[in-house]
Write a protein that binds this ligand. Structure first.
Ligand code: PSU
Ligand code: MN
Length: 305
């Protein structure tokens, strides 16, 4: 893998670094808007005193930290980046492909580079099947978190997933879920779901203390820090519920499966909400980057003491 000079320097000096994923850019946001968000994410991380490391695979090489032109390439729909989960890394490397990394593959690459903090929008989870029952489409994000010592800051999982099953799998796999200033597991576009979080912290120092204690124990699992979408950007409940029903119908009619499910549903929300879902998506991922950077700075300070 190639680690950008700035990221390598920060890691060797024990300074705060925040990993960022590229699937949300290449496959989760529309062209143009994605490049803008990519730049703003890095700025938010820097403003909070940490170094951003956006992760992708370019020409078959995992890249930890991207230049402006590399970010352009990731955000260019014409570049045709494939969505790479953890299982796809070997083939993409061997075949020399360009790909965007999901939470699973970003976390794996970040941890391999020595990065312990990662901000994203939504975590993958357990999907519902056509009949509304839980399916075997369980995101590799959950498995990788179970075996990778990294803090992932996200706004929960989208309501298109089986939230209860997702929370249960996280418990089974010994991943602590910590609410950041919330008692509810967030539903991505909505601040709260019907499910509670087992633990809560209210400050970056509190989150850093939990992470330090968790990583001090044997086990090797990650920590999920859930930060709800800022209140002023939360989607209207009725609009949200209507788009969700329509989206599930759309998947059914077009027989959408596997790794296409999330991008197709996201596009439906973006097209059908008059920009409200994009606004929420952008606001929450930027806020998660800020929180992750603040916690990373606290963790770096603890390590220095
Ligand atoms: N949730 C979002 N936007 C996204 C994703 C999830 O709101 O872009 C992406 C993330 O990269 C996540 C991936 O890791 O989708 C999960 O995909 P799958 O369910 O196919 O594992
Ligand atoms: Mn899947």
């Amino acid at each position: 893998m190639i680690v950008a000079d700035e990221v390598a320097a920060a890691l060797s000096e024990g300074r705060a670094v925040v990993a960022l994923e590229s699937t949300l850019l290449a496959h989760g946001l529309p062209a143009g808007r994605n490049r803008d968000v990519a730049g703003r994410l890095e700025t938010v991380v820097r403003d909070a005193g940490a170094v951003p490391a956006t992760i992708a695979v370019l020409g078959g090489t995992p890249r930890i930290g991207l230049s402006d032109t590399e970010l352009d390439r990731v955000c260019d729909p014409g570049a045709g980046l494939v969505k790479l989960s953890r299982r796809d890394l070997g083939p993409a490397l061997a075949l020399g492909r360009d790909g965007a990394t999901t939470v699973a593959s970003t976390a794996a690459l970040a941890a391999a580079a020595g990065i312990g903090m990662f901000a994203t929008g939504g975590l993958g989870g357990v999907h519902l099947s056509r009949s509304g029952t839980t399916s075997w489409d369980v995101s590799a994000d959950l498995d990788v978190l179970a075996g990778t010592p990294i803090v992932v800051v996200c706004s929960g999982v989208k309501s298109i997933l089986d939230i209860e099953a997702t929370v249960e799998v996280l418990e089974t796999r010994s991943v602590p879920v910590i609410g950041y200033r919330t008692d509810s597991f967030p539903g991505f576009y909505r601040r709260a779901s019907a499910f509670e979080v087992p633990w809560r912290v209210d400050t970056p120092a509190g989150a850093a203390a939990v992470a330090a204690a968790h990583f001090g124990l044997a086990g090797g699992s990650g920590v999920l820090l859930v930060n709800p979408v800022p209140p002023e950007h939360e989607m209207d409940l009725e609009l949200h519920d209507r788009l969700l029903r329509e989206g599930m119908d759309l998947l059914d009619r077009h027989n959408v499966r596997g790794r296409d499910v999330t991008p197709v549903l996201l596009e439906h929300f973006h097209n059908g909400s008059g920009g409200a879902s994009l606004d929420a998506n952008e606001a929450l991922v930027l806020d998660n980057a800020r929180v992750a950077a603040e916690v990373a700075v606290e963790l770096a300070q603890r390590d220095a003491e």
